[in-house]
Ligand binder design. Sequence first.
Ligand SMILES: Nc1ncnc2c1ncn2[C@@H]1O[C@H](COP(=O)(O)OP(=O)(O)OP(=O)(O)O)[C@@H](O)[C@H]1O
Ligand SMILES: [Mg+2]
Length: 411
Amino acid sequence: MDVDSEVRILAHIADFMGTSMAFEDVLTTALRFTAGLMGADGSSILLIERPSGNLSFFIVLGEKAEQLKNIALERGEGIAGFVAETGLPMVVSDVNRESRFSARVDQITGFKTRAIACVPLKVRGELTGVIEIVSKKPGSFGDKELDMLGAIAGPVAIMLENARLIREVKRLHDELAEAARLKAEVLATMTHEMRTPINIVIGNLDLVLRGFLGELSERQRKCLETALRNSGEALSLVSSLLDLSRFEAGQYIVHTEEFRLEEIWNDLEAFIRVGLSGKPVELFWTIEGELPTLSSDRMKMKEILSNVIFNAVKYTDRGEVRVTAAPYNGGAGISVEVRDTGVGIPKDSLPYIFDPFRQVEGSATRSLGGVGLGLAIAKRLMELLHGTIEVASELGQGTTFRMKFPAHYHP
Ligand SMILES: Nc1ncnc2c1ncn2[C@@H]1O[C@H](COP(=O)(O)OP(=O)(O)OP(=O)(O)O)[C@@H](O)[C@H]1O
Ligand SMILES: [Mg+2]
């Protein structure tokens, strides 16, 4: 064996490492290739387990490979144990003349080891395992074999460390995702539970206000009306939170039914007009072409449209709010455009208005109420129904939201 073959091995391993093979396969191939060149009867990569310091077989090649995978070496046991403890490479040309050799593994497998070469695996100065080759013939290995093994130890150790880091990151990611999901689940349950008492408060206030429990003085009425209005706001906030947390908890289910977009508009129009009352803003609803009948989630579609249209109404003081619906792709989908002549959204705010709890800073949003959940919910619902929602805006000129969604929802 000479420097040339070392270079050859390293070049070979570099080739393997560059492929998309699973890293265990790369290590196995590299080990087989190297051990083959050196005429070894068996070869293995052993890893140090923390905190015990035991060595376990990670990759094993040779006749007893299957048996070895279930065996662990104790801290410091045998040649591999010595190398893993000290970090010093070691070659034994005949185990019968080496007191550090442990025959325990051979006794289990029935293999007759005579020669061993073993090198440590190190990453950033830390010992992580060893590479070991064995032969049934005494005198099979010398310093050259040790050098060869030493040459592949570097890249092998780095590959192992990378794989460990990837596993670690993945584990952390899974843990975080699970924690987030549990949090959302708690929130979903809590908000759901909160709706019941709020509804009871609203029901009772309504009862008193309608005079079922006797006449009210003007002051009493005013007071209860304020309470009713605020309970209504609390209910809508809690409902929005519930919607959002259901998404995060993965609890959203699409219920499809057949309906027409016009029906949704009819449901919404009266409320929208109330929102416009007293403002010099005109409302238009136009259909361009023949709209297909939808087979999708009616409640969700209504919520999306009402969130977007109510925004247009809320953020427009004069001019118009124009809703235009049209078929696209020969009726496979419907596009809805909501265009207003309102305050507009600054360019640098556009990227985040669909994020939960984000409102345009310093605008009139605070005085207009709301918490910044409407668009976050609209966007998530839209994506759930396989649609898209986009925004374009000119500050002081107005804003246009464009939605597109398939007429037939397919899971
Ligand atoms: N048509 C629009 N014109 C101008 N700004 C808008 C328009 N629609 C949304 N925005 C801006 O985007 C922000 C986010 O909208 P979103 O509907 O999510 O929240 P909100 O209306 O403030 O509160 P909520 O809908 O939860 O009651 C708003 O606070 C507002 O600054
Ligand atoms: Mg809103």
